[in-house]
Design a protein around this ligand. Structure first.
Ligand code: XMP
Length: 525
């Protein structure tokens, strides 16, 4: 295991992903975790991430005091990146100062020593790297050597190989550091002697084993399928482990996309042979949403209704089986469980709060179900790989995320008013189909249409109209936490806008959302 201690850098998760791409298992935990937590994971290598703090700040996060002596006694290799390098230097008696020359962005470094981390000079003497620091190592602790300096003469790489301690001032995990991956490869394989062998096939075997060992031979398990890739892959995995003792529910809350219930159910039952009960709860949801315009209220109502439907399903199942289901499967992913060191000034606490509203709405209180979360160590792209190994049909594997509250957060205002739902479904379908036809679907994280409670004047045929405005939005993203709006060609936008206005009654204007996240969110509500 390569363990990353997170000190709040925006690149920390990228380090984990890069290392996993070398087929090495890597996990990320908060940089201030206790030594017991670190030791229990039994890492061979610990990487100290970068971070936005200065080691001199009163809020500067740090590893536990005994960490370095523990690492030394266990033969654990330590690599500090940027702030991680500063921590190493400071804790071992060196000196870190605010540099005369702050370095941000692409820079050249010159490799001076003959270090294993640069493959004993097999990686070029001059490299372009990505720097982002104000502080620098001014005096090194005893035993350390400088192996590379920036073009401005600032220390860029240090090491004390005898004590298995290494530091890089720049970010090797960022693609702008042209030799960064090579450097990580030399470090992990040649210096630390890590062996590659982690793969999605291993993850699958391991998870199947864990599920079989956890779920008793008489136990039953339930799962709410949303139609998204995460819950689908999680259910498929559990189904493979315990067969039809898994019972899935798919809820049509009346807020799904065009023909979604039919399409999804056909794939679940015909192609994947998953045991799924489809519940049409359209009336139940829409009657509760009537007249509601506040986005948070909508979410709360939907979450609550979902629990009622789910509760009902579980109780019916209990009567059928003559016993309570024991477990609930959830498609929780790694980014939702990682404890990060929050960057200062963000108001975020240690536990990841941003996505709390994304859970389906909590569990029915009296059910006392134990959780099975077979994807909780995986990133989204890894879940997709796992889905492919499990023969989950490709269109499912590649599906864009869709929020739990569905179209309710894409209709601004009362979702039950007029034809809003139907109109939005048609507009969304045209937009998504056009994206698929243009071969752009896989380049985009998420694309959708939004129904605005605004009318504008238009002229269609010889008639003046006073009809609705719809917005289209497409974004690229790694994990949904930040996003950039997608640049379509004008010709594509022109065609989509014509198609929408020509074929969807009640719409006479199409606008495009060109805001990134932040400052906007991906969804409009
Ligand atoms: P925002 O709008 O917060 O969305 O930028 C980030 C990502 O999360 C999805 N999202 C949700 N997913 N339940 C979900 O399962 C929700 O309530 C929810 N709200 C937003 C959103 O589609 C995007 O992918």
């Amino acid at each position: 295991l390569v363990l990353i201690l997170d000190f709040g850098s925006q690149y920390t998760h990228l380090i984990t992903r890069r290392i996993r791409s070398l087929s090495i298992f890597s996990l990320c935990i908060s940089g201030t975790s206790s030594l017991d937590t670190i030791a229990a994971l039994n890492p061979r290598v610990v990487i100290l991430s970068g971070g936005p703090h200065s080691v001199h700040s009163s809020e500067a996060p740090s590893f536990p005091d005994e960490f370095l002596s523990w690492a030394s006694s266990k033969g654990v290799y330590v690599l500090g990146i940027c702030y991680g390098l500063h921590l190493l230097v400071q804790k071992l008696g060196g000196d870190v100062r605010v540099g005369d020359k702050q370095e941000y962005g692409k820079m050249e470094i010159l490799v001076e020593g003959n270090s294993g981390i640069f493959g004993n000079k097999k990686v070029g003497d001059r490299q372009v790297v990505w720097m982002s620091h104000g502080d620098e190592a001014a005096v090194l602790p005893d035993g350390f050597e400088v192996v590379a300096k920036s073009e401005q003469g600032v220390v860029a790489s240090i090491e004390d190989p005898k004590r298995r301690l290494f530091g890089l001032q720049y970010h090797p995990e960022v693609t702008h550091s042209t030799e960064g991956m090579e450097t990580l490869r030399y470090f992990l394989f040649d210096i630390c002697g890590v062996t590659a062998g982690w793969s999605m096939e291993n993850v699958l075997d391991q998870e199947l084993k864990v599920i079989k060992e956890t779920v008793g031979p008489e136990d039953h398990v339930i799962c709410a399928l949303s139609g998204g890739v995460d819950s689908t892959v999680a259910a498929t995995l559990v189904h493979r482990a315990i067969g039809d003792r898994l019972h899935c529910i798919f809820v049509d809350n009346g807020l799904l996309r065009y023909k979604e219930r039919e399409r999804v159910m056909e794939t679940f039952t015909k192609d994947m042979h998953l045991p799924v009960t489809c519940v049409d709860a359209t009336e139940q949801f829409l009657s509760k949403l009537k007249g509601v315009v506040d986005p948070e209220m909508k979410r709360k109502i939907i979450g609550k209704e979902f629990i009622c439907v789910f509760d009902d399903f579980a109780h019916k199942l209990e009567q059928e089986l003559g016993k309570k289901p024991a477990y609930l499967v959830q498609g929780t992913l790694y980014p939702d469980v990682i404890e990060s060191c929050p960057p200062p000034g963000t108001g975020r606490t240690h536990s990841h709060t941003i996505k709390s509203h994304h859970n389906v709405g909590g569990l029915p209180k009296d059910m006392k179900l134990k959780l099975i979360e077979p994807l909780k160590l995986l990133f989204k792209d890894e879940v997709r790989q796992l889905g492919r190994i499990l023969n989950v049909p490709e269109p499912f594997v590649k599906r864009h995320p869709f929020p739990g509250p569905g179209l309710a957060v894409r209709i601004l205002g009362d979702v039950t008013e007029g034809n809003a739902l139907d109109t939005l479904r048609q507009v969304d379908e045209i937009f998504i189909q056009s994206i698929k036809d243009a071969g752009l679907y896989d380049l985009i994280w998420q694309a959708f249409a939004v129904f605005l409670p605004v009318r504008s004047v238009g002229v269609q045929g010889d008639q003046r109209t006073h009809s609705h405005v719809v917005a289209i939005r497409a974004v690229t993203s790694q994990d949904g936490m930040t996003a950039d709006w997608y640049y379509f060609e004008h010709k594509f936008l022109d065609e989509v806008s014509r198609k929408i206005c020509n074929s969807v009654r009640g719409v006479n204007r199409v606008v495009q959302d060109i805001t990134s996240k932040p400052p906007s969110t991906i969804e409009w509500e």
